[in-house]
Write a protein that binds this ligand. Structure first.
Ligand code: NAD
Length: 474
């Protein structure tokens, strides 16, 4: 059995209470035991990160590059094993888990390169004889509070910050494995600390600690608002970045290639069991293609294999745990009560091993006012909303408090261009699944989905650094 311990100041700490890490595909399979970190351990991790910051922030780009590149190489070499761990603890299918592990390796390679590419600016002053230089510096101690569905992405180290990471207590294994790799790659003690534990204890300790300069949070809207309030109330105030939920629209127009539209919808709404912040949970379909699309999507869904995430050939794994399953079932009941028609699925499934299996569910006859079209369900449940034309589709797509990703399936350049321009979302896809994104370009949303600078790509520097303007009279 694996032991997921905390790393504080370069030491693995195993003391304290432990929680089992259970495989949602087979609840008899206990993957390991995670320590339940305490407030005192979180405080110790912050102190270690603070002490490590001066040296790490001044380390040469070559030193930082070498460590991040070494970690990237190991992640890529072990991607099958790491992907398997992720699938086993989280329930995404093995190809999805391996893909995500490979992506983590690529992100580290990208940010290793960013260490070498970080540049400033030198300008002539408006006053005679003076030079002006603009440089970027790390912030200090950064707290990373991450969710259970996307636990492995850390660009903060590249910019000279020191880090305390708190993964969701439900899936600590993948973050633990990543921290272990980085530690062995040669990060000095205290530069990266791992404190697994409850949000209300370890997360809250990071939010309240005056030596934490910034918080990068990924998770639900409700927790995101608590994080924001705590960062503003903190003295000194903390910089914060929030990546939260979505109710992402995928528009299907009459002129869409039906096959492309069905693949985009099946992938965006149901793969990863719909448990992606970028999942398309609203399928907004114009009336000319509506019936054909629903029939073709239903047929596609009936051919999908819902089973153990680790089994070859599984298309959709289980829901992550009992409470998420309860939430999905609750929304299935709400949808029916609201008058939507359950056109496919929604049955609790039994498989060889006991797990949280749910058949993908497709509602039709949904209006954009219904709760199933407005609230994030975070499961394999999608709502089809019939509209008259492109204009109504665009208004409907934007009629949401969220703004993470949005997609359109059309063969019309005119509509595709208009949608890219006018969709109120941080990421827009044309004739592509809306959940798949590249690792070297900005990731994030607007409106109620996100707050603060984007993650990933060179734009990540906007959050993880602060700018200094220096004036020199030579
Ligand atoms: P969550 O908000 O319950 O938890 C996220 C993290 O916050 C966990 O580590 C949790 O322990 C911690 N936390 C909880 N209460 C806290 C508190 N009071 N103080 C400090 N920390 C606290 O979210 P979840 O259920 O783990 O993840 C699912 C949610 O994450 C969905 O809403 C999904 O859309 C969102 N998500 C967003 C993105 C994105 O990039 N936009 C990516 C992945 C997931």
């Amino acid at each position: 059995m694996l032991m997921f311990n905390n790393l504080i100041d370069g030491e693995w700490m195993s003391d304290g209470a432990r929680s089992p890490n259970v495989n949602p595909s087979d609840t008899n399979d206990v993957i390991g035991e995670a320590v339940r970190g305490t407030r005192a351990q979180a405080d110790g991790a912050v102190a270690a990160a603070k002490a490590a910051f001066p040296a790490w922030s001044r380390a040469t780009p070559q030193i930082r590059y070498d460590i991040l590149k070494k970690a990237s190489d190991e992640i890529l070499t072990r991607k099958d094993e790491l992907g398997r761990l992720l699938s086993r603890e989280e329930g995404k299918t093995l190809p999805e888990g391996v893909g995500e592990a490979a992506r983590a390796g690529q992100i580290f390679a990208f940010f290793a390169g960013e260490c070498l590419r970080m540049a400033g600016e030198k300008l002539a002053s408006v006053r005679p004889g003076i030079d002006v230089e603009i440089t970027r510096e790390g912030l200090g101690v950064v707290g990373l509070i991450t969710p259970w569905n996307f636990p492995i992405a850390i660009p903060a180290l590249a910019y000279g910050n020191t880090v305390v990471v708190k993964p969701a207590d439900l899936v600590p294994g993948s973050t633990w494995a990543l921290v272990d790799i980085l530690h062995r790659a040669g990060l000095p003690n205290g530069v990266l600390n791992l404190v697994i534990g409850r949000g209300s204890e370890v997360g809250a300790a990071l939010l309240e600690h005056p030596d934490v300069a910034a918080i990068s949070f990924t998770g639900s809207v409700a927790t995101g608002h608590k994080v924001a309030a705590a960062c503003v109330a903190s003295r000194p105030m903390k910089k914060f970045q929030l990546e939260m939920g979505g109710k992402n629209p995928l528009v299907i127009l009459d002129d869409a290639d039906l096959k492309v539209a069905v693949e985009c919808a099946a992938n965006s709404a149901f793969f990863s069991t719909g448990q992606r912040c970028t999942a398309a949970s609203r399928l907004i379909v114009t009336k000319g293609i509506h019936d054909k699309f629903v029939a073709a999507l239903t047929e596609r869904l009936s051919g999908l294999k819902i089973d153990d995430a680790l089994k070859a050939g599984t298309d959709i794994g289980p829901v992550v745990d009992q409470s998420q399953l309860d939430q999905d079932l609750k929304y299935l009941a709400i949808g029916k009560e609201e008058g939507a028609k359950l056109a496919f699925g929604g049955e609790r499934l039994k498989r060889e091993a006991p797990g949280f299996y749910l058949q993908p569910a497709l509602f039709t006859d949904v209006t954009n006012k219904m709760r199933i079209a407005r609230e994030e369900i975070f499961g394999p449940v999608a709502a089809v909303i019939r509209v008259n034309d492109y204009a109504e589709a665009l208004v409907t797509a934007n009629d949401t408090e969220f703004g993470l990703s949005a997609g359109i399936c059309t063969t019309s350049l005119k509509y595709a261009s208009d949608f890219k321009r006018n969709a109120e979302a941080g990421m827009v896809m044309v004739n592509l699944p809306i959940a798949g994104v590249d690792y070297h370009v900005p990731f994030g949303g607007r409106k109620g989905s996100s707050f603060g600078p984007r993650e990933q790509g060179k734009y990540a520097a906007e959050f993880y650094t602060t700018v200094k303007t220096a004036y020199t009279m030579p």
